[in-house]
Design a protein around this ligand. Structure first.
Ligand code: ADP
Ligand code: MG
Length: 365
């Protein structure tokens, strides 16, 4: 013992569970209400939701920085909050990374990483810290102070500091939002790879649906302090719970229709509507990528005029002024650059009915 043992990033296999957890900040509610979910060892779950929906509160509850009013939080089979128990943060085996990284400015990078290992003898502490720094490719900055580091480097120090204590649960609150777009992709890929090799049960908070789609094994969609929907990125994208959930993953074209004979017929396509009563007014939602354009003289498609087009990423957003009864006045199609029609031209529009989402029409009030 005592000799330098190679430090493996692998953390103890741990499961995190919330059972009907409520934390109220005001009489009216807020905080989180009646949350139940489980995260397995090695799983990365993204909490996605608008500002104020309770994302940070969930992390703070899991970390022990906040106590639930009711319900139970279980880590590795042990009750850490609720049910009469309350384990302090340092005994929970959780690592926490905040948006601003929260590095200690007066400590070197190595000392920052070693911080959580204070109880170990100095030599051992340092050996572990150096090893973890190596894993995040920052050995050369061990003696530097945080203020000279780039955003991406600070991010990796924060991760190394969290990983050094080998937490079974890793909690990250919008850890990439302070990084610029280009750096964000690189840093995120590195971090996700490290997290995967560590096997930690991970919660990553984000308000960016694209980030959640890229990173998550599962997404928990929050709304008004409650869970609105849980599923894989594919499940949430292809089978959204309702219009708000669908809208979280990008713009939608909305076409109104009235159900007849188990179908909702729109000028652009007919969608199966088996679960709706005849006469129900529904919204047919179509994502811009699922709108197909053709030359205007193609038979049987509805016509529209191209009002504008904009290059976004590798594709083109085409704004359409649609004509005809039952058509929304404006529609947006996202097409490849090669298929983007000229502004002012007439085009035919269609959508793939299998890709459309159909929900009861929201009442005006
Ligand atoms: P998010 O991280 O999704 O933006 P939060 O979890 O920070 O949301 O907050 C959820 C709700 O609880 C918000 O309405 C917020 O104002 C409220 N809240 C959070 N922390 C406190 C607190 N310490 N005191 C009072 N209200 C709070
Ligand atoms: Mg927050």
């Amino acid at each position: 013992m005592g000799s330098e043992k190679a430090f493996d990033l692998a953390v103890p296999k741990t499961r995190l569970e919330f059972k009907n957890v409520t934390r109220r900040f005001t009489e009216a509610g807020a905080g989180v209400q009646g949350l139940s979910f489980e995260i397995s060892a090695g799983e990365i779950v993204c909490l996605l939701g608008p500002s104020g929906s309770g994302k940070s509160t969930i992390l703070r509850l899991a970390a022990g920085l906040e106590d639930p009013d009711s319900g139970e939080i279980i880590i590795d089979g042990k009750s850490v909050a609720g049910n009469g128990s309350l384990l302090p943060p340092e005994k929970r085996g959780v690592g926490l990374i905040f948006q601003d990284f929260a590095l200690f400015p007066h400590l070197s990078v190595l000392e920052n990483v070693a911080f959580g290992l204070r109880r170990l003898p100095r030599e051992k502490r340092e050996a572990i810290a150096r090893n973890v720094l190596g894993k995040v490719n920052l050995s050369h900055l061990a003696d530097a102070f945080p203020n000279i580091l780039s955003g991406g480097e600070q991010q990796r120090v924060a991760l190394a500091r969290a990983l050094a204590t080998r937490p079974g649960v890793m909690l990250m609150d919008e850890p990439f939002s302070d990084l610029d777009t280009q750096l964000r992709d690189t840093v995120r890929n590195e971090l996700v790879e490290l997290l995967r090799s560590s096997g930690a049960a991970t919660i990553l908070v984000t308000h960016d649906p694209e980030e959640a789609m890229r990173v998550a094994d599962r997404i928990i969609l929050l709304r008004d302090a409650k869970i609105a929907q849980v599923g894989t990125p594919e499940e949430l994208y292809f089978h959204p719970l309702d219009r708000e959930a669908a809208a979280f993953f990008g713009d939608l074209n909305v076409i109104h229709a009235t159900v007849a004979e188990e179908k909702a017929a729109t000028p652009l396509g007919t969608v199966a509507a088996k679960t709706f009563d005849p006469g129900t007014v529904v919204e047919v939602l179509v994502r811009p990528v699922d709108v197909a354009l053709s030359s205007a003289d193609t038979h049987g498609t509805h016509a529209a005029r191209v009002a504008d087009r904009r290059l976004v990423g590798g594709s083109c957003l085409v704004e359409l002024a649609a004509k005809g009864e039952g058509m929304p006045a404006h529609m947006v199609a996202q097409v490849s650059l090669d298929n983007a029609p000229e502004v002012g031209s007439e085009v035919g529009i269609m959508f793939d009915p299998a890709r459309a989402h159909i929900f009861p029409c929201r009442k005006a009030h």
